[in-house]
Design a protein. Structure first.
Length: 323
C-alpha cells in the first residue's frame, strides 16, 4: 500500500486507490493513451463507406500559446465554406485525441457537407495538470479561429460556431461563459453532444434509470465516478461552483443559441436535460434532441445508426443557425 501511494503521488493523482476513476487515471499516467483495437475506423475504411469524405482537405495546426501550443486539425470543404465550427472531443478530461472518430470522423463528415472545422486537442488532467489549463487551451483555439476566420474559409467570425462532446462539451460550455464575460467573441451557437456540465451528476429520474438497463458497466457512469473524474479535473472542490469550470453553475444569461444532443441510455443525460431547463429559465434559445438507441460516446462509432443520425442533426443545426 505504501508503494502504491508513493507511485500515485509521483504521478500527481489525487483520488483514492479504491476509486475506479483513480485506477483509470493512474493507468493513463503510467502507460499513456491506449491503442484503439478497431480496424474499421481508419481513413480508408471511413472513405469506403462515406466516399464524400475524400473531398475534404486536412492540415495539422499548432495553435501558439505561452505553454507550448495546442494541437489542432483544420478540415476544409472542397467548395465555399457554409459555416465554421470549432469542435472539441471528449474523454473524461483525461483521454482522447485528434485521431479518434469522435474528433476525426465527425470533422470529416461536417467538412464534406460544407462546414469548415477546427478540431482541437487540449492538455489532459494527468500528471498534475488541472483546471484551468484544459480550458485555456480551448480558449486559445477558439481565439485563433475567431481571429483568423480566413483559415476556415470565412469572411468574418460571425458564422463561427463552437461545440464539443462529453468532456469537450463541458469545456466548450464553460468557455462560453468566459467569452460572454469578456474573454473573447461569442460563438454564433453552441452545440453540445452528451454533455456533462455539472460538477455533481444530477439525480436520475425513473425513465432514465430504466433506460440504463443492460448498458455495459464501463458506460454506466455513476455519481461517484463522475465526482472523482470532475475532482481530478477541477483540482479542488472549491472549483465545483466555478462556472468557468462547470457551466451548469452559471446563471447562463447572455448565452448564444444552444443545441444539446443527449444519448438515450446515458447517465450524463441527466446533466444535459437539467442544463436545457436552466437555459430555458435564463431565456436562452435552446433545442434538445435525444438520440434513440444510443449510449454515451456514440459519435465515436461511425458505422452505427445513432452516430450517423447525430452527425446529420449536427449538420442541420449548423446550417440552419447560419441561414
Amino acid at each position: 500500500m505504501k508503494e502504491e501511494t508513493k507511485d500515485m503521488a509521483e504521478t500527481g493523482t489525487q483520488n483514492t486507490s479504491s476509486s475506479i476513476a483513480s485506477q483509470l487515471i493512474r493507468g493513463l499516467e503510467l502507460q499513456g493513451q491506449p491503442t484503439d483495437p478497431r480496424t474499421n475506423t481508419d481513413y480508408l475504411s471511413l472513405v469506403s463507406i462515406y466516399p464524400e469524405l475524400n473531398t475534404v482537405s486536412t492540415s495539422d495546426v499548432q495553435i501558439p500559446t505561452s505553454d507550448g501550443g495546442v494541437p489542432a486539425r483544420l478540415y476544409r470543404p472542397a467548395g465555399d465554406a457554409l459555416a465554421g465550427f470549432v469542435w472539441v472531443h471528449g474523454g473524461a478530461f483525461i483521454a482522447g485525441h485528434l485521431d479518434m472518430p469522435e474528433a476525426h470522423w465527425v470533422s470529416l463528415y461536417l467538412a464534406s457537407q460544407g462546414i469548415s472545422v477546427l478540431s482541437l486537442d487540449y492538455r489532459k488532467a494527468l500528471h498534475g495538470v488541472k483546471y484551468p489549463a484544459p480550458s485555456n487551451d480551448v480558449l486559445a483555439g477558439w481565439s485563433w479561429a475567431s481571429e483568423n476566420p480566413g483559415a476556415l474559409g470565412l469572411s468574418c467570425e460571425a458564422r463561427l460556431h463552437l461545440g464539443g462532446a462529453s468532456a469537450g462539451a463541458a469545456l466548450t460550455a464553460s468557455l462560453t461563459a468566459r467569452l460572454r464575460d469578456g474573454a473573447g467573441v461569442l460563438p454564433a451557437s453552441l452545440l453540445l453532444a452528451y454533455p456533462l456540465v455539472h460538477a455533481e451528476l444530477p439525480e436520475l429520474n425513473e425513465e432514465l434509470r430504466e433506460a440504463m438497463t443492460g448498458v455495459p458497466a464501463d458506460l454506466a457512469f455513476d455519481a461517484g465516478f463522475i465526482r472523482d473524474i470532475n475532482l481530478n479535473f477541477a483540482g479542488s472542490e472549491d472549483n465545483f461552483k466555478d462556472p468557468y469550470a462547470f457551466a451548469g453553475e452559471d446563471p447562463l444569461t447572455g448565452f448564444p443559441p444552444v443545441y444539446v444532443i443527449n444519448a438515450e441510455s446515458d447517465t450524463l443525460r441527466a446533466s444535459g436535460e437539467l442544463f436545457v431547463d436552466q437555459l430555458h429559465a435564463a431565456g436562452v434559445s435552446v433545442r434538445m434532441d435525444t438520440e434513440p438507441g444510443s449510449m454515451h460516446g456514440h459519435l465515436d462509432h461511425p458505422h452505427t445508426e445513432p452516430a450517423r443520425k447525430s452527425v446529420e442533426r449536427m449538420l442541420a443545426w449548423l446550417l440552419q443557425s447560419n441561414s
